[in-house]
Design a protein around this ligand. Structure first.
Ligand SMILES: Cc1ncc(COP(=O)(O)O)c(C=O)c1O
Length: 371
């Protein structure tokens, strides 16, 4: 008898996602190729309209990446080099876009129950020169953004939402991205709404901020060849915009599938000596990632890899432990919750085309590891 080898379980399967939307994505690309218009044309303008109306914001401006969305948002808010912006210490990718805007990074630890910023952690980090808070909805799980928004208003500082991992998530009756003065999205291919390359979006209800980001994404121009400040080249291209337009109508369905997969994981892992990293939630997560906290993280990671199950770590280092940010002057031990998480966190496979059978296999292997 030949026993069929179980196929490798991928961490994310972009090919499967493409296969499930092949006709729509191919048509979108073809449409752009035949239009002969590749930069800042009808597709970007239409996607900006469709994305802002999906979220419920007045304006959306397509940019080249989530990193650029953060940089341009902070520049649009006119935050100076002598002023500070609070970011969570446990979110490696956010630090770059914020730092590139030239502001001072002010790190805050996170709440152990959901690994997001909390009012208490913000209070510990706030300084007299703090001008903004960047709240990250990590792993797709909403932070207490209503309270944080109230707190920021009370202090007269800006709130920026980093929704890179939380496209389509709800908070009460509103979508994430509608609470900040300005909010940022990434369409990196593995995101819940992913392009076939890089892409990002800034959304806001403030016309002035939207205009400023529009100008900053194109040399700082207010009209062609009239640049009033030094901007950059950060444009979402037409092919990516067309692909994202094709995928946007499926985002809620994709997120619903992720929620079902997460429930299955939570159910099957219930009796094991692990903690689901963001299970204690304020509002339902859209599970961009499915991280668990486990004492013997490195051993479990090796065991799963040896059993053909791909896993990831988000993130193995905190911002202050990254050589590029050494100059911030923080020390080991300054952010205990973030540091502990980086040693024990492990992301299990999670994407909309993952099957229930694959989740069951992952959980069986984890059970086997503990036996
Ligand atoms: C929370 C968060 N912020 C910002 C970014 C940066 O986005 P991008 O890779 O599109 O520059 C990412 C992407 O990894 C992210 O996950």
């Amino acid at each position: 008898m030949v026993i069929k080898e179980a196929a490798r379980i991928l961490f994310v399967d972009l090919k499967a996602e493409y296969e499930s939307l092949r006709t729509e994505v191919n048509q979108a690309i073809q449409r752009v190729l035949e239009s002969g218009n590749f930069i800042l044309g009808q597709e970007v303008a239409s996607f900006e309209k469709e994305f802002s109306s999906y979220l419920g914001t007045e304006y959306a401006v397509g940019v080249a990446s989530g990193t650029d969305a953060l940089t341009l948002s902070l520049k649009a808010l006119d935050i100076k080099e002598t002023e500070g912006v609070i970011i969570p210490a446990n979110v490696y990718p956010t630090a770059f876009g914020v730092s590139l805007s030239g502001v001072q990074l002010q790190l805050a630890d996170v709440n152990p129950s959901n690994l997001n910023l909390s009012i208490d952690s913000i209070k510990n980090a706030i300084r007299p020169n703090t001008r903004a808070i960047v709240v990250v909805h990590l792993y797709g799980n909403p932070a207490v953004v209503d309270e944080i928004s109230e707190f920021a208003k009370g202090k007269g500082i800006y709130l920026v939402e980093d929704c890179a991992q939380a496209a389509g998530a709800d908070f009460g009756q509103k979508k994430l991205g509608t609470f900040g003065d300005i909010s940022c999205f990434s369409f990196y291919p593995t995101k819940n709404l992913g392009a076939c390359g890089d892409g990002g979006m800034v959304v806001t209800n403030n016309e002035g901020l939207a205009q400023r980001v529009k100008s900053l994404r194109m040399y700082g121009e207010t009209e062609r060849y009239k640049s009033t400040e030094i901007g950059q080249n950060s444009r979402l291209d037409e092919i990516q915009a067309a692909i994202l337009r094709a995928k946007l109508p499926y985002l809620d369905r994709f997120n619903a599938k992720r929620k079902i997969l997460a429930k299955l994981y939570i159910d099957l892992l219930r009796d094991m000596p692990i903690r689901v990293a963001n299970h204690k939630r304020v509002c339902e997560s859209v599970h961009h990632l499915f991280p668990i906290i486990v004492e013997k993280r490195d051993e479990l990671q090796e065991f799963l890899k040896a059993n053909d199950i791909a896993v990831g770590v988000h993130y193995p280092v905190c911002v202050h432990e990254t050589p590029a940010f050494e100059n911030l002057g923080y020390a080991n031990g300054d952010f205990p919750v973030s540091e502990l998480a980086s040693r024990h966190i492990l992301s299990l496979p999670m994407y909309q085309n993952l099957t229930f059978e694959e989740v069951e296999r992952v959980c069986c292997k984890i059970e086997q590891f503990f036996k």
